[in-house]
Design a protein around this ligand. Structure first.
Ligand code: FAD
Ligand code: NAI
Length: 328
């Protein structure tokens, strides 16, 4: 019997590693604490339709990632989003068009990771709390006290602060990962029965509690009856208000939205807030992935590269490359 490789995390980094390892002929098993895949690229189903509460769009600058995106596009899982972009600066909104190609999952952001997952073996609603080595192989313990294994190798593809706690058997890796700080982001969705009277579809915001806002419904394939908007607070505001009650966060960001939009703002028919505790890495890091090949432990995620979707995918590829290299 072949001993599979465990992959913790079904965000795009974990799935990128899983695809590369499976393509090389290895058997894998994925674990995620959530009920579905996607992590920070997941979408929330709601009364106002599916909402992209995390990643809003992504760019592809690396040749290998661009090739993967092209394939997803051919398969119908991604589409180009061409928002009418604005910038808000010094108290004024101005058009801010550019030539950048921006991609989104279609019909929702989570379509990409769902397609990547396909029929791969996965256990959801399973928070891994311990990764420990037996005589020959690795085993995992989950929050319900159940153990999983044996596994030949383990790939940990989760935000750095969460990965640190799983690295007790690899103190050298643990000390590097513990040095990586990640910042929170509060995300709020608002939906209006009557569309707001504005052509704006996406806006980079300065000098506000908000740093980005988007008209969710303007993305390809979204069929919401309501006019749906996503607001993201800045890292600084989110850090300062990390424990604020959701209703208060909604009130505050709705107020900031009303202040910066140049149009009448009715009361929203639907609201939702989500706190991403580990939204983005605090500083730049270009390590690709981390590994202790002799132990058989690999760590990847967006925080190993650019803190973006592309960086997460590339980091998963790098973890798989290192693992396969060691097996040669
Ligand atoms: P994640 O997506 O975080 O995946 C980790 C997975 O591991 C999760 O599914 C989680 O449930 C699971 N997990 C964690 N701990 C455990 C455990 N102990 N046991 C089991 N499972 C566990 N990027 C862009 O390129 N463009 C954008 O516009 C953009 N906007 C963003 C906006 C917000 C609000 C946020 C939060 C992020 C945004 N990003 C954006 C960043 C992008 O979403 C991330 O870089 C990328 O999705 C990270 O992927 P990942 O696989 O590294 O991690
Ligand atoms: P990108 O090239 O569109 O944007 C990069 C940055 O350039 C933007 O943040 C913005 O400051 C600026 N910019 C780009 N186009 C602009 C325009 N037309 N007008 C004014 N400013 C413009 O995309 P990239 O490099 O792929 O970055 C992804 C986005 O994801 C960034 O906006 C980043 O802030 C966001 N992100 C948000 C996270 C969060 O937690 N809120 C986490 C990780 C990424």
């Amino acid at each position: 019997m072949t001993v599979p490789i465990a992959i913790i995390g079904t965000g795009i980094a974990g799935l990128s590693a899983a695809q590369a390892l499976q393509a090389a002929g290895h058997s894998i098993h994925l674990f995620d604490k959530s009920r579905g895949s996607g992590g920070r690229m997941s979408s929330k189903r709601s009364d106002a339709g599916a909402l992209d509460m995390g990643a809003q769009y992504f760019t592809a600058r690396d040749r290998r990632f661009a090739a993967a995106v092209q394939q997803w596009q051919a398969e119908g899982h991604v589409a180009e989003w061409k928002p009418l972009l604005y910038n808000y600066h010094g108290g004024a909104l101005s058009l801010s068009p550019d030539e950048q190609v921006r991609w989104v999952g279609a019909p929702r952001m989570s379509a990409i990771t769902r397609a990547m997952l396909g029929e791969m073996p996965v256990t959801f609603s399973c928070r891994i709390t311990e990764v420990f080595r037996g005589e020959q192989h690795w085993n995992l313990l989950d929050a319900d006290g159940q153990s999983h294994g044996p596994f030949s190798h383990v790939v940990i593809a989760i935000p750095a602060p969460q990965a640190t706690t799983l690295l007790a058997d690899a103190p050298k890796l643990a000390s590097v990962v513990a040095g990586v700080k990640m910042e929170p982001t509060w995300a709020v969705a608002l939906a209006f029965d009557t569309p707001l009277d504005t052509p704006l579809e996406g806006c980079f915001v300065q000098d506000s509690a908000i740093d980005w806002l988007a008209r969710n419904r303007s993305k390809p394939g979204r069929d919401s009856q309501m006019d749906t908007w996503i607001l993201h607070a800045t890292s600084a505001w989110s850090r300062q208000h990390v424990d604020m009650a959701k209703e208060d966060v909604i009130d505050h960001l709705h107020g900031a939205f009303a202040e910066l939009m140049n149009c009448a703002m009715p009361a929203p028919a639907f609201t939702l807030a989500h706190r991403w505790l580990y939204a983005r890495p605090a500083g730049g890091r270009e390590v690709g992935a981390l590994s202790d090949a002799d132990l058989g432990l690999y760590v990847c995620g967006d925080w190993c590269l650019s803190g973006r979707v592309e960086g997460a995918w590339l980091s998963g590829q790098e973890a798989a490359r290192r693992l396969l290299e060691h097996l040669k």
